[in-house]
Write a protein that binds this ligand. Structure first.
Ligand SMILES: [Zn+2]
Length: 300
C-alpha cells in the first residue's frame, strides 16, 4: 500500500464509512437492531457521511458502525484506519509512542487503540495443528538482561527465572498456539492437556527438548527429542528451531514495549504475536483485511 493509495481509499470520513460498509455489508446490508434485511440508505444532512440507513421492519435508523467498537468513537475514523494499516505492516510490533507520533494522537490514546486492534487479532483457536509440531516453553517480561548491570543480580535465564512462563506449540511452516502458564503448572499433566487441546495427535509428530515435563508425551503421539544440554541443537529434521525463532520475536517485541509490559496485558501481547507469526508470509493488505474483519466483530 502506498501513501497515495491509502489517501485515495481512506483519506476522508466518508470514504472510511463506505469502506466499512463494503466489508460489513459485503453480502447484504442488515439492521443491527432486528436483523432485518429490509434496509435502505437515505440522505441525512446531520450525519457526517451525509446519509444513514433505515430499517423498514423496526424503523430504527443506523450507521454501519452500530454494534462495533467504532461506534461513538471520539477518534477520527481515518486515524483508526491509518493505525490498522501501520500495525498490519509492522514487522515486529508498533509501539504506542510511534503510533502517537505517526497519526497525531496522545500516547495514551494510541495505547488504547493498539489494544483494541490487537484484541481483533486473537488467533483462531479452532483449527488443530498437524504435521511436525514443536513444543517449548519460554519466559518473558522483565527488563533486557544487558540493562541489569547495576550491581544487582542479573535476570536469570530460562527455567528458574521470575519472569512469566509461556508455553507454545508451533507447526513447522504454519500456525502457532501460545498461552501464559502459571509456574506451578509447568507439569507433564498440564502440558499434555494443552497439547491435546490444540494438536491433532493422530496426524502429527511432536518435537521437544528433554525437559522432564515432555517425557511422557510419547504416550499421546509420536515424540522425538533434541538434547540441548549436550549442545545438540538440530539433529536432521529433529529440532525446535521454529518455536525458538518465535520466542526470539516475542522477546524482542516485549522488550521494545517494556515500560507497558505487565502480566495484565501479557495474554494480549502473546496472542497478538501469535497472529503476527501466523501471518508472517501474508501481505500487509491481507493482514489489514483480517484485522478490519475482526474489529467489526468486536463489541464496543
Ligand atoms: Zn430493524
Amino acid at each position: 500500500m502506498t501513501l497515495t493509495t491509502i489517501l485515495e481509499k481512506y483519506g476522508t470520513h466518508e470514504k472510511c464509512i463506505e469502506f466499512l460498509e463494503s466489508v460489513r455489508y459485503a453480502k447484504f446490508a442488515f439492521c443491527p437492531y432486528c436483523g432485518s434485511l429490509k434496509v435502505a440508505k437515505k440522505k441525512d444532512k446531520k450525519a457526517r457521511s451525509g446519509y444513514r440507513w433505515n430499517c423498514h421492519d423496526c424503523n430504527h435508523s443506523f450507521s454501519v458502525t452500530v454494534g462495533t467498537l467504532f461506534h461513538n468513537t471520539k477518534i477520527e475514523m481515518y486515524k483508526w484506519i491509518m493505525a490498522i494499516i501501520l500495525e498490519a505492516g509492522a514487522k515486529k510490533s508498533l509501539s504506542s509512542c510511534q503510533l502517537a507520533r505517526d497519526i497525531g494522537v496522545t500516547q495514551k490514546t494510541a495505547f488504547r487503540m493498539l489494544r483494541k486492534i490487537r484484541e481483533a487479532t486473537k488467533t483462531d483457536q479452532g483449527a488443530f495443528l498437524k504435521g511436525i509440531v514443536e513444543m517449548d516453553e519460554a519466559y518473558i517480561g522483565g527488563k533486557p538482561r544487558k540493562q541489569n548491570n547495576g550491581g544487582g543480580e542479573p535476570n536469570k535465564r530460562g527455567r528458574g527465572t521470575k519472569k512469566l512462563p509461556v508455553v507454545g506449540i508451533a507447526e513447522r511452516n504454519g500456525q502457532i498456539r501460545v498461552v501464559p502458564f502459571n509456574k506451578k503448572d509447568l507439569t507433564a499433566k498440564k502440558f499434555a492437556e494443552f497439547l491435546q487441546s490444540c494438536v491433532d495427535t493422530e496426524n502429527a509428530v511432536l518435537m521437544t527438548d528433554e525437559f522432564p515435563a515432555y517425557k511422557s508425551m510419547f504416550k499421546l503421539m509420536p515424540h522425538m527429542t533434541v538434547n540441548h544440554s549436550a549442545g545438540q541443537y538440530a539433529n536432521g529434521y529433529v529440532h525446535t528451531n521454529t518455536i525458538e525463532s518465535f520466542w526470539a520475536l516475542l522477546k524482542r517485541g516485549c522488550y521494545g514495549q517494556h515500560h507497558h509490559f505487565s502480566e495484565k496485558y501479557a495474554g494480549d501481547y502473546i496472542s497478538h504475536f501469535a497472529f503476527k507469526w501466523g501471518n508472517r508470509k501474508e501481505s500487509t493488505e491481507r493482514i489489514f483485511d483480517n484485522i478490519i474483519g475482526g474489529m467489526l466483530d468486536v463489541a464496543p
